[in-house]
Design a protein around this ligand. Sequence first.
Ligand code: ADP
Ligand code: ADP
Ligand code: MG
Length: 504
Amino acid sequence: MIRRLIVANRGEIAVRVFRAARELGVETVGVFPRGDAGAAHLKHCARVERLEGDDPRAAYLDIEGVVAAARRAGADALHPGYGFLSENPEFARRVEEEGIVFVGPAPGTMEAFGVKTVARRLAKDAGVPTVPGTDGPLGDADEAGEAAERLGFPVLLKASYGGGGRGIRRVEGPPGLPQAFEAATREARQAFGNGELYMEKSLSRPRHVEVQVLGDGRGAVVHLFERDCSMQRRNQKLIEESPAPNLDEALRRRLHADAVAVARTGRYRSAGTVEFLVTPEGHFFLEVNARLQVEHPVTEAVTGVDIVRSQLALAGGDLALPAQDEVRLSGHAIECRINAEDPRLNFLPAPGRVVHFDPPGGPGVRVDAGLLEGGEVSPHFDSLLAKLVVHGETREASRARALRALEDFTVVGVPTTIPFHRAALQSAAFVSGRYDTSTVGELGPLARPSDSELEAAALAVAVARFVRPAPARAAGAQGAAGKEPPSALRGAFGPRGGGWFHEV
Ligand code: ADP
Ligand code: ADP
Ligand code: MG
């Protein structure tokens, strides 16, 4: 059994893990870098450890720094959350060398699934269809050219070590390929520390459907059904739902079985996700995310399984997985990612201070948030500030509930994706459940804020700060109190500020 857990992360996911740990009676330790002492997640843990270094992002990525903090804290287990070091096998190995339980897959599993070409081979060996592409990495631009001729344009150059929607470059035809190859190699080296590329055929209008799995590390794997994550911008998810709408029942069962087959090849331990692309031609393995995923709460809502609690129990060595037929799906759940981004400016990240934060509540509504009112959305970190997850008896009930909750959701100080979600959930494509990864890009041109909207936003900021002055920031935190973030006027709208799309 785990006694003291350190969470090597921040924001909503650190809060999420602390909640599960505290319910299990596990002592909790949070970490923070210089300048982040006021971060929201630190309010949810029993004690804190500071990470060394001046660059806040680098501090979370510093393997030895994080391991040292775990040692100082006397932690016997570490949860990595998502992003940062969560899929780094070297980190997992270092943690285990210290005699600390890594809450996640075995390092060897992460090593295999973390390299997309290796994961594709494992899937193929398990008899699972993969997206048409190269079997291994591409040696040079000439090899890329031959592969592209064989697959047929358009193709995607993908970083073997990529993730988070980055490291994917589309090439329309032969003339652009050599240059794209050089640029993608360079970018991959810079972003992921390894320039290796492979190629996939660019599928036309695929759906992204993924299957949540849990494994006990001894070969037993169960699935927790699927999620549709096709509502994306820049290859990143904005809305997820479970179950996937309009999915042929035989195909659904095939996806579940194939996900389990892939996870079994590695004797998968802990929670993981097997991602697929689905087209009218069939389903194709995409990759495995060997970690907890952002959108895990939609699965928790429809199955009643607490995935983080399961991870902790599995890591502590005391969970027998449920039998597959004991995992039941009930109702329908939708998640909206509330990012500090301006949907009118192509989802430009918009860091700044959140002067007013008033999340919705009521039956079937869950908000996982990672900030405090008055807190700073830092340019150093992810723009995700909260997740709205709703559960209803039917898809339509769930959609109506999400719209109601979005109306009740007020964030003042930074622009957010809330207006996008309100428009997207009412779009014909989403209402019919017939959408794919191109849908978000086609929802219509984004309206610029009008002068009156800007005035209303400025007024809202002023009123919110008057009514509830921001708390004093911890020493060293960014953004002096009283100094208005420049983004404040760019769009800080209450729930009823509309007009994001000309037409939806
Ligand atoms: P999910 O599959 O859980 O939706 P995302 O792709 O949204 O995950 O990624 C979750 C977080 O992890 C984001 O902050 C994303 O930028 C980050 N992330 C995921 N994979 C990588 C990676 N290989 N390198 C850097 N950041 C990553
Ligand atoms: P990441 O590791 O960054 O999550 P993925 O390989 O999972 O990268 O792809 C992310 C998204 O990019 C997919 O959900 C999909 O929208 C798009 N994508 C990836 N590969 C293809 C492909 N071969 N054809 C069409 N779209 C793709
Ligand atoms: Mg992916």
